[in-house]
Design a protein around this ligand. Structure first.
Ligand code: NAP
Length: 521
């Protein structure tokens, strides 16, 4: 375990192979349980245009010169660096993020696990440096004219802007895909929880695994970073829908046609099937997972369940079961023994949660309010209930980024489940709990157009259930509409965002030669 920080320290950016402190007092990073100032961060005075040029001109060629197996070797080393310092990183996450130890593990182990997953995947790609999309297809009648598709690394920098709630996993999942694809990264974590990301950045640099220019890290606000984007860059953003919209509409992004991948807000839903009786294993799984999704990281998860639909006749039983389980979660300083939920990230976030509850309570009744200490980032969990989901417009519109969900009644049909889930206008993940295969299949397909992922909770797989909130590197993460219309991860699919798919047509012999040096992906 690390020594306590002698607060506040200055966390620095890593730009053009140097650590730089930035000018001025900077932003203050705090412990949301105690209000203690932990660190400051500033990007003022840093030449972000030069930082991007360095990444493109020095880091890009260095990474493209490596084959997939060599890039995978780097990822393996980076995963190892996180694992080796796990206890220290968990402690920082608990201090700066209001995380319980379990919350912190979810983030930090998620980071090392995702890097390790892509290290394994990359090793399997061997000595190739680019991917092939399908086989060559004949195009000519009289000549050996043919066509095929290749994925090659883009020649710019991957600019990775992340949200405050996953300071470790949030950038690691993007870095894993960008590096393996062959792009240098510019990592910009959210300032208020950047302490863990900064410590990992130091570990990465100290590991000497990264080629020069491959790694740039910004501790502090993005400043004019986006003004320096070029056409071959990729902007991968995770955060609120409002900031995501600004990114997309940024004049430089529009002018240069910069590729943008957005992961944003989400009003994830859980649907209980009509076959699930109170007390049955699937019912218990449903209750456990809804409560877990509401309270893990104090509800500050993009995948957290916000809307819960149960058959009308189960509304009262579901309410009683959820309230009973929610009441078991003790809220307090994560440093204290037995605390199951910490504070939200800041006093400002707490106020945002309260404003959100007031907004959604216009169409739903607050059925239960938990207990929480007062002050700093502490906020009480809330369960709201709406008999008529269609009359609860704000519930389907407002993401309350805290320990809050709304329980609603539906008629128990797969069609209505799909329609109500769709009122959220696009989610990262929605779940359906049922053991009736016919209902589950129909509900899944009805919900799928509105979700990046559908999670099925069933007795048969309950023993290994991970809950809808666990993002797996082998499955895509993202969602349509409000969720940003982006997509990440999904095994090799995750590399494609950092590569250009190019169709090639010409003599079959040339295409075969190109094919012989690539690998299917
Ligand atoms: P946010 O306020 O939108 O900030 C996200 C990131 O964007 C931060 O790094 C922030 O930097 C940066 N940023 C803000 N304005 C910018 C600008 N004009 N130019 C460049 N960068 C800018 O979001 P947040 O409060 O950190 O995170 C919470 C939100 O993220 C929630 O809505 C949640 O649903 C969403 N989220 C989504 C996913 C997903 O996978 N879909 C995952 C996690 C979180 P500073 O911190 O320096 O301001």
């Amino acid at each position: 375990m690390s020594e306590p920080l002698s607060a506040p320290i200055r966390i620095e950016s890593y730009v053009e192979e140097r650590w730089v402190a930035g000018e001025g007092p900077g932003s203050t990073l705090v412990n949301p349980a105690t209000g203690e100032a932990l660190a400051t961060a500033s990007t003022t005075g840093i030449d972000l245009g030069a930082a991007l040029r360095h990444a493109r001109e020095v880091g890009g060629p260095a990474l493209r010169a490596l084959n997939f197996a060599q890039r995978a070797g780097i990822l393996k080393g980076l995963a190892g660096a996180i694992k080796e310092h796990r206890d220290e990183l968990l402690s920082l996450a608990m201090k700066n993020g209001g995380n319980t130890k379990g919350d912190a593990k979810f983030d930090v182990d998620g980071a090392s696990g995702t890097l390790a997953f892509y290290a394994n995947l990359g090793r399997g790609l061997g000595e190739a440096r680019y991917l092939l999309d399908g086989e060559a297809v004949p195009l000519g009648r009289a000549t050996p004219l043919a066509g095929r598709h290749v994925w090659v690394p883009r020649r710019g920098a991957a600019v990775l802007v992340n949200a405050y709630n996953f300071p470790a996993w949030g950038f690691a999942e993007k870095v894993a895909c960008a590096f393996l694809a062959g792009m240098p990264v510019v990592v910009k974590p959210a300032t208020q929880t950047a302490l863990v990301a900064w410590r990992i950045a130091r570990l990465f640099v100290d590991s000497s695994l990264l080629p020069a220019g491959g790694w740039t890290f910004l501790a502090g606000p993005a400043g004019d970073l986006l003004d320096h984007l070029e056409a071959q860059d990729v902007l991968a953003f995770t955060g609120s829908a409002a900031t995501g919209a600004k990114m997309r509409a940024h004049p430089r992004v529009l002018e240069k046609g910069v590729r943008v991948n957005v992961e944003a807000d989400s009003l994830n839903a859980a649907v209980l099937g009509p076959d699930v009786a109170p007390g049955s294993p699937t019912w218990e799984l449903f209750v456990k997972e809804v409560v877990h999704e509401m309270t893990q990281k104090a509800g500050q998860k993009c995948t957290a369940t916000r809307r819960v639909f149960v058959p009308r006749e189960r509304l009262q039983a579901a309410r009683a079961a959820l309230v009973g389980k929610l009441g078991e979660v003790r809220v307090g300083d994560p440093a204290d023994e037995g605390v199951g939920m910490g504070p939200v990230v800041s006093d400002g976030q707490r106020r945002d949660v309260e404003a959100g509850v007031a907004e959604i309570a216009r169409g739903a009744a607050v059925a239960w309010t938990g207990e929480a200490p007062s002050g700093n980032g502490f906020v009480a969990a809330r369960l709201l209930v709406a008999e008529d989901p269609r009359a609860a417009a704000a519930v389907h519109r407002r993401e309350v980024f805290g320990p809050v969900a709304t329980l609603m009644a539906y008629d128990g049909t797969a069609e209505e489940a799909g329609e109500l889930v769709g009122l959220g206008e696009g989610s990262l993940v929605s779940s359906v709990y049922s053991d009736d295969a016919e209902f589950v299949a129909a509900a899944t397909l009805a919900m799928a157009p509105f979700n990046g992922r559908v999670y099925i909770g069933a007795a048969e797989v309950a023993a290994e259930a991970l809950g809808p909130g666990t993002v797996l590197p082998g499955l895509v993460h993202g969602g349509p509409g409000r969720a940003g219309s982006g997509e990440e991860l999904g095994g090799l699919r995750g590399l494609h965002h950092y590569m250009q798919r190019t169709a090639v047509q010409g003599p079959k012999a040339v295409l075969d030669r190109i094919g012989s040096e690539g690998v299917a992906g």
